[in-house]
Design a protein around this ligand. Sequence first.
Ligand SMILES: Cc1cc2nc3c(=O)[nH]c(=O)nc-3n(C[C@H](O)[C@H](O)[C@H](O)COP(=O)(O)O)c2cc1C
Length: 339
Amino acid sequence: MDTLELATRKLKHLDVCLNYPVNYQTRTTGFEFYDLPYQALPETDLAKLDSRCTFLSKPLSAPILIGAMTGGAEKAKLINKNLALAAEQLGLGLMLGSQRVMLEHPEASESFAVRAYAPSCLLIGNLGVAQLNRGYGSREIIRAIETIGADALALHTNPLQEALQEAGDEDFSGLLAKLETIIKEVPYPLLLKEVGQGLSKEVVNQVKDFGFAALDIAGAGGTSWARVEEFVRYGEIRHAELTDWGIPTAKALVDAKQVTPAHTLIASGGIRTGLDIAKALALGADVVAIARPLLAPALDSAEAVIEKLQDLIDELKIAMHCTGAKDIAALKTLELSKR
Ligand SMILES: Cc1cc2nc3c(=O)[nH]c(=O)nc-3n(C[C@H](O)[C@H](O)[C@H](O)COP(=O)(O)O)c2cc1C
């Protein structure tokens, strides 16, 4: 695929994500079925709460990553710059979008070169696992990390999205063995993520001992990439049931925690409020990632991204305060009740 084609597809993705109803229609994250334990006498001071944590050996001011979105197109350069400035100012982590375009077309590297704006933030690169069946290996992964000075790289797996994408990658066979080998060859932390259909407990079980630095369960209930691909391809949804398929984020998280309690976990897919963040942490996540809600602010300015994220942090702190959790460690020990 040439640069223009890849960049055009990226622009279509952005347009659809901004202007079409790409959220799941009949499926929710499931966080609404859980309640945090409200405490009328919490013994905490809202102004003194500590939302800091450490993730992949880097300090974060709150357990939040900006989710993987984009790169390549000119518009993506502005988006990534504003996301990077916001991540740096707030002390949060930043996951970039797929770097395939820059590996195949080095001129696209500029849109991923965000270290100038975010010299100290936790920066996570991105590639698709399906590329491992198209000749990519540890060399390409290391190049993707080192070219942009990332701390780690997330490999995304997305069979449903690819199946619905025009000329998408169809061959996901043999990937487990390749992943197991590649992790040993890459001297940087690697993460595995879905894109919003969720990692099932079977998949978590298959990869739990591979050595991934974290698993991002990326469940259903937020952005449906199956819907995005159908809008890009047809301008309409032709397979309503298929595009609403996925493992609700809360379920994927609870299942993953059960399969591998000590594994570092990211909860993402439909994280929209500070309460979602608090519930995800209480259910076993170490951090959350938020993607599409930050897209429109990122096209506007770094300040708009900061405003959106600050609102989520403030809401998270109110949730912590009213449960009596003075820090993230305390938040993680809360027992949620099921409605
Ligand atoms: C515009 C846009 C582009 C995305 N591109 C990528 C990508 O390149 N690689 C990836 O792993 N995930 C990508 N995603 C998926 C997100 O990282 C995330 O898993 C998904 O959108 C669900 O989270 P959300 O409900 O918070 O949007 C993209 C999401 C958006 C909104």
